[in-house]
Design a protein around this ligand. Structure first.
Ligand code: PLP
Length: 387
């Protein structure tokens, strides 16, 4: 059972729930790790805003990172307006309109297919010499630790990246960056494995570009990740191919740096004890259902380990809106507060208001213990997306 650390006790008292809470001390620690990797390996690190986009903490993050990478026009614009520094963008496919907009916003544009590259390369190059062009390849390297094929960009029949057999046909003169995103929540074995795999299998192509982007999925702030192994692998790779190296993690930047705090609204019994919360898997923790995974919960353990086992469920109509089954030393009752751990990546960037469910507050837990709500949502946010 993971015991609630003393500095989180404030989350059990008098805060409005549900709430996503960023632990600023942990975020700073993660950012210091990123800065160490950049300094010692000479790579550049971008924040993938698809995983975590919270402008209020970008002022802190931009001190430690080189910029952001976006999944399309809106994220690129957010990165440009609120983070600054470099803006990269990759999408599986662009329309002509999106390319035109991206040319005015982003520094570097990555293409997913030979067709898209050929179609838009002349416009990108004509726009300005400082716009760099990347091509995503499918490196044929699988190491994603989550969700099987769902989170493996190199799974069979994947739509991501140019296949090895088609690489010779690319217009290499126009390509500046090779992009190989293949990981998901991978420890150093995955990061180092991908880097070494690329060196072994793609050397002739690596010599044709100025930079290699090893994508996201590097879980560098997770306990057990050997940072020094990553640093060595990047250094060796840079020396062997005389290229710049870019990483674009999302989860690795914010892992274990935040919580979702919820309150028990009702307790019912149907074969087992069930607690209905003001937080919902469907609306507020979508990866719980998609991956699927069961988030850590402070003060609780796996079913049966403590005397009182409960299913924790959301307050929506969906029968499958279940966060998970946990056991507790004491029975849950309405009004009890629950603190789920590791709830920053792919949480509030993906949430929704199904059933008109209110969105959680977004709050910061400052290093001095101060709890600050930076955004509260209401009926107007629900309505604005409908009409
Ligand atoms: C192209 C690309 N880059 C970066 C990322 C960020 O990955 P993560 O949040 O796992 O680090 C993703 C995630 O899907 C991605 O598709």
């Amino acid at each position: 059972m993971t015991v609630l650390p003393p500095h989180l006790e404030v989350l059990l008292k008098d805060i409005s729930t549900p709430a996503y809470v960023v632990d600023m001390a942990v975020l700073k620690k993660n950012m210091a790790t990123a800065a160490h990797i950049r300094k010692e390996s000479g790579c550049r690190i971008l924040l993938a805003t698809k995983a975590f986009a919270l402008p209020v903490v970008f002022s802190l993050m931009r001190e430690f990172l080189d910029g952001t990478t976006a999944s399309g026009v809106h994220e690129a614009r957010l990165g440009r307006e609120t983070f600054g520094k470099e803006v990269h963008v990759y999408a599986p496919a662009y329309t002509r309109n999106s390319i035109h907009e991206l040319l005015t916003i982003s520094d570097h544009i990555y293409f997913n297919s030979a067709d898209q590259l050929r179609r838009f390369l002349p416009e990108v190059k004509a726009y300005g010499r400082d716009k760099l062009v990347g091509i995503r390849i499918n490196p044929g390297y699988s190491n994603a630790t989550l969700g099987g094929h769902l989170y493996d960009p190199c799974s069979p029949r994947s739509r991501f990246g140019v296949l090895r057999r088609d690489l010779d046909d690319l217009p290499w003169d126009g390509i500046d960056i090779l992009h190989a995103h293949a990981l998901c929540e991978s420890l150093h074995h995955g990061s180092v494995g991908l880097i070494e795999h690329m060196a072994r299998e793609f050397a002739p192509y690596l010599r044709r570009v100025g930079a290699v982007n090893f994508g996201g999925g590097h879980f560098f702030s997770k306990a057990g990740y050997d940072i020094e192994a990553l640093i060595r692998a990047i250094r060796d790779f840079r020396a062997a191919f005389n290229v710049e190296v870019i990483l674009e993690p999302g989860s690795g930047c914010v892992v274990d740096a935040g919580y979702l705090v919820a309150t028990v609204v009702d307790v019912i019994h149907n074969e087992t004890d069930i607690a209905i919360l003001d937080a919902s898997a469907s609306c507020h923790m979508p990866d719980v259902l998609e991956v699927p995974y069961t988030p850590p919960l402070y003060g609780a353990a796996a079913p049966g380990e403590n005397p009182f086992t409960f299913i924790l469920a959301g307050n929506t109509c969906m029968a499958g809106d279940i966060i998970g089954e946990y056991s507790f030393p004491k029975p849950l009752k309405p009004g009890d507060s629950l603190v789920f751990g590791d709830m920053l990546q792919y949480s509030f960037v993906k949430n929704n208001t199904f059933n008109g469910t209110p969105l959680p507050d977004i709050a910061l837990l400052h290093e001095d213990g101060r709890y600050e709500v930076v955004r509260r949502f209401g009926y107007d946010d629900f309505k604005a997306r409908l009409c």
